[in-house]
Design a protein around this ligand. Structure first.
Ligand SMILES: Nc1ncnc2c1ncn2[C@@H]1O[C@H](COP(=O)(O)OP(=O)(O)OP(=O)(O)O)[C@@H](O)[C@H]1O
Length: 257
């Protein structure tokens, strides 16, 4: 099973310290959420983990081995990413976008084979996008694109998934569907999550980021108290536990500082 650790990450951009010494870990199929207000550093932290950014200080490791000792291809066989924004101006078909998920498993110039096409179809089927296979990716709605990007990550067949706000763009059915798909895979997951109710439903543990620091860690039910939500997000929330023992966080209009 996959272990992933970020140790004392610092990130300076243009003289501003965006991450101030952040350590997080995930492994053994755990679903780890990263929550926190806008601009707190969640995406920056995830980008250091999925190698879009190089931390100014600190280190990310996979299975105890520093990430920089992996080639990009090697780390892509371990870790797939669904990023927050996908800028696709190009005219790839849906199938071709998902096929890109197979490239870490192929040698240079190696052709896609029947197995790759099968994996792509299975991944598209899983997210309910198989009927869109021949469509141009750029003509899809935001939510459809998001599901295709998840299919690409699934086709990558990794042990670890990094998700940055994966339910962005999705209506409630597809938010639940995406989280259910990811949960059922039992992969090691690190996901930035904005919706605290989604976090309580799906995350085993959450890290809370504020102003570039981790300010709390624990199970959603332990961390997300009324007082803590007020402190972190400056909103008044009511907490309710339903008959199944699931925590719900309720808000009211105008109840913020
Ligand atoms: N390249 C950059 N140059 C300058 N500032 C940056 C850069 N990248 C990020 N920042 C700043 O760093 C802070 C953290 O950004 P980040 O995207 O990590 O936050 P976030 O917690 O993911 O926010 P959100 O919830 O709004 O997506 C923000 O104030 C952002 O403006």
């Amino acid at each position: 099973m996959m272990q992933i650790r970020a140790e004392d990450l610092k990130m300076n951009i243009g003289g501003t310290e965006i991450l101030k010494g952040v350590s997080i870990g995930a492994g053994d199929g755990g679903f780890i959420g990263v929550i926190g207000p806008n601009g707190s550093g969640k995406s920056t932290l995830l980008k250091c983990i999925y190698r879009v950014l190089n931390p100014t200080k600190g280190e990310v490791s996979l299975n105890g081995k520093p990430l920089h000792t992996y080639s990009f291809k090697e780390s892509a066989r371990e870790m797939a990413v669904v990023a927050q924004h996908n800028y696709y101006n190009f005219e790839f078909s849906v199938r071709d976008v998902v096929l890109m998920g197979r490239s870490p498993h192929k040698r240079a110039m190696e052709r896609d084979n029947a197995e790759d096409f099968k994996i792509v179809d299975e991944a598209l089927e899983k997210v309910g996008m198989l009927p869109f296979k021949d469509r141009s990716f750029s003509t899809l709605s935001g939510g459809e694109q998001q599901r295709v990007i998840l299919a690409r990550a699934l086709a990558q067949k990794t042990n670890c998934l990094i998700l940055d706000e994966p339910t962005n763009h999705l209506d409630i059915k597809y938010q639940l569907q995406l989280m259910d798909i990811v949960k059922e895979l039992n992969l090691t997951v690190i996901s930035a999550v904005h919706d605290l109710n989604i976090a309580t439903m799906y995350c085993d543990k959450i890290f809370v980021v504020k102003d570039g620091n981790i300010v709390a860690f624990g199970s959603p039910a332990d961390v997300l108290t009324k007082e803590f939500i007020k402190e972190i997000y400056e909103v008044d929330a009511e907490l309710l536990t339903d008959k199944n023992g699931l925590l719900h966080i309720l808000y009211s209009p105008g109840r913020y500082a």
